[in-house]
Design a protein around this ligand. Structure first.
Ligand SMILES: [Zn+2]
Length: 183
């Protein structure tokens, strides 16, 4: 999906091949949601043992995102690549993680289900007809669906708000006293 208002400049729309994939601990739910909004592959399970977290990070070649300093100091986690997330609030967490990544591509935004991490797939309009409110169906042209949870997404006005919020967040990283969000 492409949007008219990009949070980044054209020169930022570069190749992002090599973008790390992640697995996050259970304390990072909001960060995971926003990374997925940017199209970044993040595995997240609320109930997962530390050892399993590290095992999956290694087996699937993912970076471990964690708030748990003790976890990354344990001997059996020594060979796992990780980012020790420093702050409790998701805007600070997102800024920290984005320092490790190339600028997100606008065309990757909102291409992944925020609940399941699956890539969204375009579906014919008629398939969406029985699953979305009539007003939405009559005012939206394109619909995408998650192959995991089957949730249907549409562009609407919400993505524009998301993009604006992320743009403000990412382009104004040096104003720690400014409240950037309530959730
Ligand atoms: Zn889903």
């Amino acid at each position: 999906m492409l949007y008219n208002r990009s949070p980044w400049t054209i020169s930022d729309l570069c190749d992002v091949q090599g973008t790390p994939r992640f697995i996050a601990d259970s304390m990072l739910g909001k960060l995971v949601k926003w990374l997925r909004v940017l199209g970044i592959d993040v595995v997240y399970e609320r109930l997962i043992e530390d050892q399993e977290l590290v095992h999956r990070a290694r087996a699937e070649n993912r970076w471990l995102l964690t708030r748990d300093r003790r976890l990354v100091q344990r001997r059996w986690s020594g060979t796992t690549r990780f980012i020790l997330v420093e702050k409790d609030d998701w805007p600070s967490q997102l800024r920290q993680v984005l320092r490790y990544l190339k600028p997100p591509r606008t065309c990757d935004i909102l291409t992944r289900c925020v609940r399941c991490n699956e890539y969204l797939k375009f579906i014919p309009r008629k398939v969406a007809a029985n699953s979305v409110p009539p007003y939405v169906f009559n005012t939206q042209r394109r619909f995408v669906q998650c192959p995991g949870c089957e949730r249907i997404y549409w562009r609407g006005t919400h993505p524009k708000q998301i993009i604006k919020r992320l743009r403000d967040l990412i382009t104004q990283p040096h104003s720690p006293r400014k409240k950037t969000g309530s959730d």
